[in-house]
Ligand binder design. Structure first.
Ligand code: ZN
Length: 640
């Protein structure tokens, strides 16, 4: 049961699960809480105290698919029944799930959702009427049908555990539509989905009709992206509202100039509302005249919200919608959460260390800034480091992934073109770096990548070495930089000391910062220089300041005083701390004249470079919006 902020219904819902006719010793109830900010957690805890078979796991990203996956991985049973926190389950629900799975040999069985008005208000009754009406929701069998048979999709439902091994887990990119997409994969793999009225559940939708519209608008924005993830996921009925909307959008302006179009528009709307009234018959027969009269118009609003949402969703053809779990301000720091979690469960909840502490100073107190791809960006209140919570994986696994990662830039071994950004970058940065390396007799480039920087020092009287975990990058670096490249994590590196060590755009990728600085200090000769170029954020940073934050590849960013904190705590002297707004780097002439592999992008770049003042205007616009919240900082520490 994935839940979040479900204080109103969860008690009744959980009670109905504890009252099942299936033997209580034969099943467990796993609640995966998306860090609710209301009383949900307290209620779960109360019930848990009395019923040990209720387990409660943490779902840091707070979205349903991650919650389901955490739950499935932690589950001990052979059959997984997906339930939700605002449905009431009949006494035989679990037993019937198992019976149906056995009888039908289907991979997923589920029942119709009987939409029940959340209360007696007109608004709540209207919501229920729209959602349970074929005119409102189309041939969505689980909402309207009471017949039994194989179908495209069922909500919730019960699965055999092996299904997940065969078709994969829930798609964590899909905040909405994740069950539709999973069911599409089941069908693609030859599996069957079965709908049976035996498993009918009661579903309480939102009370307010306006909220229904908002929710519909949000959900339908996921449709295009869902289709991108899996073409078979959505049926035709999901696309009817957008077609209807487009038709109206074409007819409206046309009707101003053409009588035929006007007649067609009026005809369409008349047909629509007449059908609407026809389908509101069930409400009238229930003697609910209020609802019956408003229902066709409400359905129209519902369809428009659906269509507009789908239309807005077109922008996700090329990019992933953001996975926003929490609104700023509603977040509670991890350690303030109730004691509902027991250490035993934490281990199974995720392999990550939990709760997260600051990877630099181990402080627990942190402020939430924003989320990307289900990770929260937190800012430590002591050293002001920004770090992601949870860490995506354990340190050892992190290294393994970097080692074996097939970098894009290595697919094409064309030295002229392929790391254009890097080349442009070093045109800007080689000067300042080289100034620091002058006079040194040895230089270590940590995370040297394709060896570009080391290559620039060829011919100097300087012992050079690089560290690069990724084998193909290291091999390439060896060939261009003609020096030793070590393929081991910096934490395990030992050997001579260096007069200069560089970490150029590397710091944000290295896990366990605390250990890193101890190690770096031990590798520096007396008065040796540690040159760091990395991203730094100001506390007022907004998510929109960057198109893509590269999370979870980027594990952390410096905060305003983090460099000073590092110097103070690791016996280093902060000699240079130069910050430039990232916009200067993004819109620098060198970056824009360096050619990449994408010819279209090259053409756009070259046009912008040749348009007088274009780069400056872009940079100013960016700065106007983001107030220098993302900086590129160049730090030089000396070892004393
Ligand atoms: Zn800290």
């Amino acid at each position: 049961m994935p839940v979040r902020n479900e204080e109103e219904h969860i008690r009744a819902s959980l009670q109905s699960l504890l009252d099942q006719s299936y033997p209580l010793s034969e099943y467990e109830i796993i609640i995966i809480d998306g860090r609710s900010s209301d009383r949900t957690k307290q209620i779960i805890e109360e019930i848990r105290n009395r019923h040990p078979q209720v387990r409660c796991l943490d779902n840091p990203p707070g979205i349903v698919p991650t919650g389901m996956n955490i739950g499935i991985r932690a589950a001990r049973g052979k059959i997984i029944v997906r339930v939700d926190g605002h449905s009431i389950y009949p006494r035989d629900y679990a037993a019937n799930c198992i019976k149906s799975l056995e009888e039908t040999k289907a991979d997923n069985v589920g029942g119709p959702c009987m939409t029940v008005a959340a209360d007696e208000s007109l608004s709540a009754r209207l919501v229920a009427a729209v959602l349970s009406n074929p005119f409102g929701v189309g041939n969505s069998k689980f909402r309207t049908s009471r017949e039994e048979g194989y179908v495209d999709t069922v909500p919730f439902g019960a699965f055999r555990r092996e299904v997940f091994a065969r078709v994969g887990m829930y798609n964590e990119k899909l905040v909405r539509n994740q069950d539709i997409e999973l069911n599409a994969r089941i069908r693609q793999s030859g599996g069957k989905i079965y709908l049976t009225p035996v498993l009918t559940t009661q579903y309480y939708p939102v009370k307010s009709f306006l909220n229904l519209l908002k929710r519909t608008f949000k959900t339908s924005q996921w449709h295009i992206f869902t289709l991108r993830e899996n073409r078979d996921s959505l049926g035709r009925r999901h696309l009817v509202p957008i077609l209807f909307l487009v038709l109206l959008m074409l007819l409206l302006p046309a009707s101003l100039v053409s009588n035929t179009a006007l007649a067609f528009l009026i005809g369409t709307l008349c047909a629509y509302f007449l059908t609407g009234f026809y389908f509101s018959l069930p409400s009238r027969s229930k003697d609910d005249w209020g609802v019956a009269l408003v229902q066709p118009f409400a359905t129209f609003c519902f369809h428009m919200a659906y269509g507009v949402g789908t239309l807005f969703g077109l922008r996700y053809v090329f990019k992933q919608p953001s996975v926003m779990r929490v609104r700023a301000g509603s977040f509670k720091p991890v350690h303030e959460l109730s004691s509902c979690f027991k250490a035993r469960e934490l281990k199974s909840a995720s392999q990550n260390a939990w709760p997260m502490t600051c990877p630099l100073c181990s402080e627990r107190d942190a402020q939430y800034r924003f989320s990307e791809r289900g990770y929260n960006l937190m800012q430590c209140s002591r050293c002001h480091l920004f770090y992601i919570d949870p860490y995506p994986r354990a340190v050892e696994n992190h290294h393994k992934i970097v080692e074996s990662y097939a970098y894009d830039d290595l697919k094409i071994l064309d030295a002229k073109n392929y790391y254009a950004a890097e080349v442009g970058f070093y045109r800007d940065y080689f000067g300042p770096i080289s100034e620091q390396v002058n006079g040194a007799s040895s230089f270590l480039d940590v995370g040297c990548g394709t060896g570009r920087l080391l290559e620039l020092f060829v011919g100097r009287n300087l012992y050079r070495a690089g560290i690069e975990l990724n084998h193909s990058r290291a091999a390439f670096a060896r060939s261009v930089a003609k020096c030793e490249i070590f393929e081991q994590p910096i934490e395990e590196f030992s050997g001579q000391r260096f007069d200069a060590i560089g970490l150029i755009n590397v710091l944000s990728h290295i896990p366990s910062l605390a250990g890193l600085f101890v190690k770096l200090k031990s590798l520096l000769s007396d008065h040796g220089k540690l040159i760091i170029k990395t991203g730094e954020l100001q506390s007022h940073v907004k998510k929109a300041a960057l198109h893509d934050w590269g999370i979870p590849d980027h594990l952390q960013f410096l905060g305003a005083d983090t460099a000073a904190f590092i110097a103070q705590n690791y016996g280093l002297h902060l000699q240079i701390c130069k910050r430039i707004p990232l916009s200067e780097e993004i819109f620098s002439l060198n970056t824009w004249t360096a050619k990449g592999r994408n010819p279209l992008r090259n053409a756009v770049k070259s046009a912008a470079v040749h348009l007088p003042g274009a780069l400056r205007v872009m940079r100013s616009c960016y700065e106007f919006i983001h107030h220098e919240s993302v900086m590129s900082s160049f730090l030089v520490f000396t070892n004393y």
